[in-house]
Design a protein around this ligand. Structure first.
Ligand SMILES: *[C@@H]1O[C@H](CO)[C@@H](O)[C@H](O)[C@H]1NC(C)=O
Ligand SMILES: [Cu+2]
Length: 238
């Protein structure tokens, strides 16, 4: 009994330590600084409720009034960098037990990025990486860990100039056999695109588009999974 109790405590502590947040963006290879132009959640816990507005830009993420907005040229490469705690070294960026896809969405703000709550069908998927190798069960999350917490996306140059939210998402599927279980780690950055084109890409709502019945959300990844379909539909490539 005592042993079980202490094992449970140890497990709970390990689980908490294993969480992570998106803490840095890089613009064309230039580090913008810690928590700069990024909406900062109160802690590193994941979102698990698909109907919650926390699914948009994490907890406290419906406004970025005190968050800066990065000036970026059309077609820029943006790198997102995640960590478990406010430290870049000394531990895995995201702990290795977190297996799943990495995705990036973008949404155009009606006015400023800082005042945009990201609600409604406003999000366009511009990046998705999932199960990379079924044989070795290598996931996109493994690559993020190898890259010290980083993954990159090129912003389609055909998007119109203006202010946007960028939403990076890592879905950890280690306890996703039933819902709620999948863990959504979300980080939103505010950017102002200069230049650009006149594309009008397809859009989905977050929350809204993700369902507990999606095969990419409620899934047992420990049963020799051969293929994986991430939620949110196809990537729009511009
Ligand atoms: C956004 O970028 C445009 C083009 O560079 C600039 O004119 C505008 O002032 C910027 N807006 C903000 C709020 O930074
Ligand atoms: Cu965790």
């Amino acid at each position: 009994m005592k042993l079980a109790f202490f094992s449970l405590l140890a497990f709970a502590a390990a689980s908490v330590n294993a969480h992570f947040t998106m803490q840095y963006i890089w613009v064309n290879g230039a580090d913008q600084g810690h928590n700069v132009d990024v909406r900062i959640p109160p802690n590193n816990n994941p979102v698990t409720d698909l109907t919650s507005k926390d699914l948009t830009c994490n907890v406290n993420g419906l406004s970025g009034a005190s968050t800066g907005t990065a000036a970026i040229p059309a077609g820029a490469t943006i790198t997102f960098e995640w960590h478990q705690h406010d430290q870049r070294t000394g531990e895995d960026a995201i702990s290795g037990g977190h297996k799943g896809p990495v995705q990036v969405y973008i949404a155009k703000a009606p006015s400023s990025a800082a005042s945009f709550d990201g609600q409604g069908a406003v999000w366009t998927k511009i990046y998705s990486s999932g199960l990379l190798n079924a044989q070795s069960q290598q996931w996109a999350t493994d690559v993020v860990n190898t890259n010290a917490g980083k993954h990159s996306v090129t912003i389609p140059a055909s998007l119109p100039a203006g202010q946007y939210l960028l939403r990076a998402e890592i879905i950890a599927l280690h306890v996703a056999q039933s819902y709620p279980g999948a863990q959504f780690y979300i980080g939103c950055a505010q950017v102002n695109i200069s230049g650009g084109g006149s594309a009008n890409p397809p859009k989905i709502a977050l929350p809204g588009a993700y369902k507990s019945t999606d095969p990419g959300i409620t899934v047992n990844i420990y049963n020799n999974l051969q293929s994986y379909t991430a939620p949110g539909g196809a990537v729009w490539s511009g």
